[in-house]
Design a protein. Structure first.
Length: 611
């Protein structure tokens, strides 16, 4: 098949040359025919004989029943021809007259004489065919791209990376050491397949990378291709789906066909949940385009032979919505979870992203990493870029620690707002933020304070920042209760010093309520409800946020959950209120310094409060 395509490509230039040559010959013949006709005058037979007697005709062309003669003299540089019709009887005197005046006689056959007429009649057909050939070629170029056709939309749009074309390796990926260990086997198999085939081992056909957005799923897939040095086909799951049923399935077939030809190779399907959702899920279900595409993916992965060295990598941040048939052994044998990096991983990631950035010697990567709890690898890359842009705007030659801190605040809280608070609002915000700070200092299990600010950023009028000493993976109940107490500190401070409340505590109350709800309904931290799990406050993965599913517990239990949540928040509020009544002076001192400086850090906070 490939040889035929190459022969066709070689023949195509020669075919074009032949077409051009034929058109040129026909055009030249037409030009010659038109030139040869000149100006023609039709005379009567007797008048024509008289012109021969006058010796003004040098040669004639006799064709069946008509005679065409050329004059000896050209008028206005144009050839003049005389034409007459021969009589139906034989006129011997006419031939004698021609011989007497030495006129050259030419005889033309019927076939030769009709060539010009035939050419003129066929010329529109030749022109039509030429325009059709040219138009078809243009349509193919527009619809099919590089030599494609009108149905090229049925083919895959996966981008192919050739061997050694991807420069990303495992050295460029940090914070996912366990995942890299899992994938080393895949790389080793693709590079040395005979080692595994000799012992009878089979490489996993599919590997599913699961994790939150920005944790490095796509980057890790590229690193596998870079390490293995094999062809890498990359496509997003949404690129399979079109409005026409069957297009996605056709693209899947084309993708796997190309990958098998290039084996050993890797297919990477990003965001596979866009096409691999559970069939029949949600309202309606049915055999739509997505289901047909998913069915084809399942069939292609099942169709792999043991000799076909093709590995399918897929990435998703919603593994809970995938079809069970896609997740079973034989399709995606391995499932690798990528979690958010811890502090040590964040340090490594920051070092990778700052390789090509001019950094100041004063930059403390460990401190920055500790302050970026919850940041993914993509967030850290954005942090470094924002810091570099800020340093460039300030006309600095290197990125400093302050640039990184500025970038972190901008990512978390947003850009500083231009509006200015009036005196009363600013005082209330200072008291509110001072309440958060004092609650964190007074409650035993709360995280330490790093800084507090009343500079408006994003949608927040102020910010209190806590920096945990260690990163917890498991949260004890006393820690969670004190966390709720810190959230309520701003509201309680307003109530203690101002005697009323404001809308500034809305986001604090929302977070406190969500945390208390999880404690009661999912973490078994309620004596009244006991160690029972109730699904409340979770998104329904198939129906979406706007559609509710029936609760798996009674209305009486729902009321009990609400009562317990309310009880936790009220009891913690009373505890914080009691503490604040004993420490009014500290709140006043903190709020006064905030009004003066707008931002104070941990050391200054400790000197003011002196607890």
């Amino acid at each position: 098949m490939k040889k035929e395509q190459n022969d066709r490509k070689k023949f195509k230039p020669f075919a074009n040359i032949w077409i051009i040559a034929i058109i040129a010959m026909l055009a030249l013949e037409l030009f010659s025919y038109v030139i040869s006709q000149g100006e023609t005058q039709t005379l009567s037979y007797s008048h024509f004989k008289k012109r021969v007697e006058e010796n003004s005709i040098k040669e004639i062309w006799i064709n069946k029943d008509q005679v065409v003669a050329s004059l000896k003299v050209e008028m206005d540089r144009k050839s003049v021809y005389l034409k007459t019709i021969l009589p139906p009887f034989e006129d011997k005197s006419f031939l004698a007259l021609l011989e007497k005046n030495q006129v050259d006689i030419h005889f033309k056959s019927q076939k030769e004489s009709n060539f010009g007429l035939m050419f003129i009649l066929l010329l529109p057909l030749f022109l039509f065919l030429g325009f059709m050939l040219y138009g078809t070629k243009r349509i193919k170029e527009q619809l099919g791209g590089m030599g494609g056709g009108a149905f090229d939309f049925m083919r895959t749009s996966a981008k192919k990376y050739a061997k050694k074309e991807i420069s990303v390796t495992f050295d460029d990926v940090a914070g996912v050491e366990n995942a890299k260990i899992e994938l080393y086997e895949v790389v080793d198999f693709l590079k040395y397949p005979e080692k595994y085939e000799k012992i009878g081992a089979k490489i996993p056909r599919g590997i599913l990378l699961m994790g939150s957005p920005g944790t490095g799923k796509t980057l890790l897939a590229k690193a596998v291709a870079g390490e293995a040095e094999v062809p890498f086909f990359s496509i997003s799951g949404s690129e399979f789906v079109e409005m026409f049923v069957g297009v996605g399935a056709s693209r899947v077939r084309d993708l796997f066909k190309k990958a098998k030809k290039e084996a050993p190779s890797i297919i990477f399907i990003d965001e596979i949940d866009s096409v691999g959702r559970a069939r029949g899920a949600g309202v309606g279900g049915g055999h739509d385009e997505k289901e047909q595409t998913l069915n084809q993916i399942l069939a292609e992965m099942d169709g792999f032979d043991t000799e076909e060295k093709v590995v399918v990598l897929a990435a998703t941040n919603r593994p809970d919505v995938l079809d069970f048939a896609l997740m079973r052994p034989g399709r995606f044998d391995r499932k690798i979870t990528l979690s958010l990096p811890d502090v040590h991983a964040r340090v490594k990631i920051l070092h990778i992203h700052t390789r090509k950035v001019r950094m100041d010697n004063s930059v403390d990567m460990e401190k920055i990493a500790k302050m970026c709890i919850g940041f993914s690898g993509a967030d850290l890359a954005n942090l470094v870029n924002e810091a570099a842009m800020h340093a460039a705007r300030e006309s600095q030659e290197e990125v400093s620690q302050n640039d990184l801190l500025y970038a972190r605040d901008r990512i978390i809280m947003g850009v500083e707002q231009e509006f200015v608070l009036d005196k009363e609002d600013k005082k209330r915000v200072a008291i509110h933020e001072s309440g958060h700070v004092l609650a964190a200092l007074l409650l035993e299990h709360a995280d330490p304070i790093e800084k507090v600010s009343i500079i408006p950023r994003g949608q927040a009028l102020g910010m209190t920042e806590q920096l945990p000493l260690i990163e917890m993976k498991n949260f004890p109940q006393p820690y969670l209760l004190d966390k709720i107490g810190v959230m309520l500190g701003g509201r309680v401070a307003e109530l203690t010093l101002l005697g009323d409340l404001s809308s500034g505590a809305a986001s604090d109350l929302k977070e406190a309520t969500n945390l208390a709800t999880h404690m009661v309904s999912q973490w078994g931290m309620s004596e009244m409800l006991g160690p029972v799990y109730y699904q409340k406050g979770e998104e329904q993965v198939f129906l979406g946020r706007e559609m509710a599913m029936p609760k798996d517990f009674s209305e009486a239990t729902a009321k009990l959950i609400d009562d317990e949540v309310r009880k936790i928040i009220r009891e913690k509020e009373k505890e914080v209120l009691k503490l604040f009544k004993e420490h009014k002076k500290e709140i006043l001192a903190l709020s006064g310094r905030l009004l003066e400086k707008e931002m104070i850090y941990a050391e200054e906070i400790k000197s003011i409060v002196n607890l």
